[in-house]
Design a protein around this ligand. Sequence first.
Ligand code: SF4
Ligand code: SF4
Length: 378
Amino acid sequence: MGNTVLQPDTEFIKDLMAAGAEDVKKCYQCATCSVACELGDGAFPRRQMVAAQWGQKEKLLADPAPWLCFYCGECSKRCPRQANPGETMMALRRYATAQYDWTGLARRMYGSAVWEIGVLLLVAAMVIALFTVPQNFGFGLLRQHPEALQTVRLDLFAPKHVVHRADWIMAIGLALLLLSNALRMFRALTRGKHVPLGVWLACLPGMVADGLTQRRWAKCGESRMHWLRHLVLVTGYGTIFTLVVIFLPWFQVEDTGFHWTSLLGYYSTVVLLGSTGWILLDRMGKRSEMHRFSELSDWLFPVLLFLTALSGIALHIVRLANEPMATYTIYTVHLAIAAPMLIVEVPFGKWAHLLYRPLALYIAAAVNRSEAMDGYKE
Ligand code: SF4
Ligand code: SF4
């Protein structure tokens, strides 16, 4: 039998290092990280570290294990070589996210700050143009309705039915993009593996629970605070997304009275502002292992969420104060921040992990269960 020569994919190693795994080559396979990790199978993340050092791209892209990691940082703290396995798992997830996206945009955005900022600015510019260029919408329409300059008339500036329809188109478009990328992930992680339908069905409730709560994170590392903060943050933007996409006719109201949607809006604003502000302070101060290394993509999502919440508060204040021009201007700015965040970050950026992670955990659970059943039969 001839010897198999392992050919490292040097381009992959370079790309991975550029995605954050700068120290991967320092690893000397002592396995301290595998002992430190509460979530792995005993060989994780050491096994993935050696695969990364050897540039085994196909093997790593077919491996759901990097998604088991919630970046508690325990492994990186204890690594005697400062090889930073936690950040390497994060880099593997960034790389995988770029590969799953069939449009190629995620790859460009992860590879270039100019692309990432450029795409966000382009969508923001399109939103501003929508409100400033047409004669029959936004600022153009105000010229025909001078009364809307005396008192706030959001129903004229941005009619609810138009905004609501646009929200639905956006939500359906995002869902299709995200699901098509998730399908590519599913194919990559299940290639060559046979899992009976019954096993897929049996593991389904676990995926739903993981998706809603990210519950495994609570077992990871010394502090449950990061998990709890993330969970609360998800409820915040889940609430505002539901208000905007489903309940907009009751949310974007003309009068200044109290509505049931106001309560949910206040909840969401407080949660988004508080938790993203806290996350940003953690990143700025490098307060924990998971915040020591921040790529542009790690900053953009919390920054955009923070600014969305802040501009939402400003909009609410000027609307209650009946300041027409300030209301219309801040409304436009608010959408010029929120729309790029949703359109760019949900399918192509950091947000996508909310779907990819439970899907990877689901596949790993189903494959493990299926293999255990095969072993039992033998
Ligand atoms: S990453 Fe660090 S702790 Fe893990 S095997 Fe390599 S050297 Fe050891
Ligand atoms: S960061 Fe935490 S969860 Fe991730 S591999 Fe290291 S110890 Fe495990």
